[in-house]
Design a binder for this molecule. Structure first.
Ligand code: FES
Length: 120
């Protein structure tokens, strides 16, 4: 029996959910102040009927801890940094719904250079 194809999501949103143990000097994306950002993102998706076409995913460290909280929007390799609920709301409205990445919230170029070229 042939199964109908399951459509791909339009966007994946990888939200770093890494926290550092108490006393660890290294910064991390999840702190007391930022622990509910993923739930805020997920609730916003549900309220707007975006779950399915958009898939928010909890990840561990994305390697840009000093600029956290961060989340990566794919396709496009858009890394958003120093997130807050207000920033997430604008990213959902302008990037996810509107199709225009929010340039002012993207990680600065010195922290997010060109992709590493694997061809030799
Ligand atoms: S802890 Fe979030 S990028 Fe490293």
């Amino acid at each position: 029996m042939e199964m109908p194809a399951i459509p791909q999501p339009t966007f994946y949103i990888f939200k770093c959910e890494q926290s550092a143990p108490p006393g660890m000097p290294k910064p991390s994306c999840v702190t007391e102040q930022s622990r509910d950002l993923f739930n805020h993102l997920a609730q916003s998706m549900m309220q707007k009927g975006l779950m399915g076409p958009v898939q928010p995913i909890r990840t561990s460290c994305l390697g840009r801890c000093q600029m956290g909280p961060v989340m990566l929007v794919e396709p496009g390799h858009h890394m958003y940094c120093q997130l807050s609920k207000e920033k997430i709301d604008r990213i959902v409205e302008e990037h996810i719904i509107g199709g225009n990445p929010v340039q002012e919230f993207l990680i600065p170029d010195q922290f997010w250079g060109e992709p590493i070229n694997l061809s030799r």
